[in-house]
Design a binder for this molecule. Structure first.
Ligand SMILES: C[S@@+](CC[C@H](N)C(=O)[O-])C[C@H]1O[C@@H](n2cnc3c(N)ncnc32)[C@H](O)[C@@H]1O
Length: 332
């Protein structure tokens, strides 16, 4: 028998929510209907004058929400379990410190147990090479690393083991899509599976988006993303963008998401950008070096005959001393 209060159905949600926020809702049993009323399990003797009854109630399984609470690892190592991990679609990727590597599969099982939307878990050995691909090792779950990430109603097909994809840039993609005027020509110089291009074509109305990447796998997924999202103005291409841009029309907007070295490509981008256009560039840099870096960009552009102005924001911390910056570089 579980102690409950009998609450008219029309007041049920309001009372349930108030009980929950006051810590008085009994979470181990399910709320059920009783005629025109609800029986709401409580862990107190009375509540706001509602009738109190002891009733047979169905037990509600309480699921843990943090994998660290259920991971089967020695107690003295529990504090080393990472608090965060990446999820792309139904694929989870977690970086493990050396002392936890012997327990990788148990950690993977814990992630599967707690997060029902995760199908497979990989240990993430880091991003490598020109293609910025992750070195992944399966530690739990089934299937392959191919998956679908959804954002803003757009389905992005990708495979983190074959092509770079960053789910954490979704708000940047929506921000940039919001800046695109009708009929713009856009070039994404480091397009990957074309998440910027696909989201932009779905949320805005550019004339055309060229999405270039060195990695041929990126073109495969970019084509799939254009196709599955019914986008016909996205043109994926494979090759070195600093060469291919000279085969394309000049652009109103250029995206440069290669944050370690994108600035090396800025002279080419400014060369191919129409007056009044914008380059969206991402840059990882020591925080104390950022302002001199900005001054250098403006001076270097001026030396090449371009007047630019830069709006910037710090997107996220990259290391104790470095950050990732987003720069909107406007060409006069
Ligand atoms: C950080 S990823 C960004 C991918 C994509 N924009 C995204 O946000 O998911 C950088 C991409 O640039 C590609 N890349 C590197 N050098 C390149 C070049 N010279 N020309 C074209 N693509 C290049 C890599 O293969 C990689 O897919």
């Amino acid at each position: 028998m579980v102690r409950c209060i009998r609450v008219p159905k029309r007041e049920g949600e309001q009372v349930r929510s108030a009980l929950f926020s006051e810590g008085l809702l009994e979470l181990g049993a399910r709320i059920r209907a009783d005629g025109d009323c609800l029986l709401i399990p409580v862990n107190c003797d009375s509540y706001q004058g509602y009738e109190v009854v002891d009733a047979e109630m169905q037990v509600q399984e309480q699921r843990p929400t943090d994998y660290r609470d259920v991971a089967d690892v020695p107690e003295d190592l529990r504090e080393h379990l990472p608090s965060s991990f990446d999820v792309v679609g139904d694929v989870a990727m977690i970086k493990l410190p050396d002392e936890l590597k012997p327990y990788a599969s148990r950690i993977g099982e814990a992630l599967l147990k707690v997060n029902r939307s995760i199908r497979i878990v990989f240990e993430d050995h880091g991003v490598k090479g020109d293609f910025r691909i992750r070195d992944l090792e399966r530690i739990a779950g089934t299937g392959t690393s191919e998956t679908v990430h959804k954002e803003f109603g757009v389905r992005l097909y990708t495979d983190p083991a074959r092509v770079y994809f960053n789910p954490r840039l979704s708000s940047e993609r929506s921000r940039i899509a919001g800046l695109v005027a009708d009929g713009e020509t856009v070039i994404d110089m480091f397009g990957g599976v074309a998440p910027f291009g696909t989201v932009m074509c779905r949320l805005a109305n550019p004339k055309v988006v060229y999405s270039i990447d060195l990695n041929p796998e990126a073109e495969h997924f970019a084509r799939m993303n254009a196709d599955r999202n019914h986008v016909d103005n996205l043109h994926p291409m494979t090759g070195d963008s600093s060469v291919l841009v000279y085969d394309l029309p000049t652009a109103d907007r250029i995206i440069m998401n290669l944050p370690q070295i994108a600035d090396r490509f800025l002279p080419v981008a400014l060369d191919r950008l129409n007056a009044g256009g914008t380059v969206h560039m991402y840059k990882i840099i020591e925080r104390e070096d950022f302002l001199p870096f900005l001054d250098g960009l403006v001076a270097d552009a001026a030396a090449r005959g371009h007047t630019i102005s830069v709006e910037h924001s710090e997107l996220k911390t990259y290391s104790p001393t470095m950050s990732v910056y987003s720069l909107d570089i406007h060409k006069g």
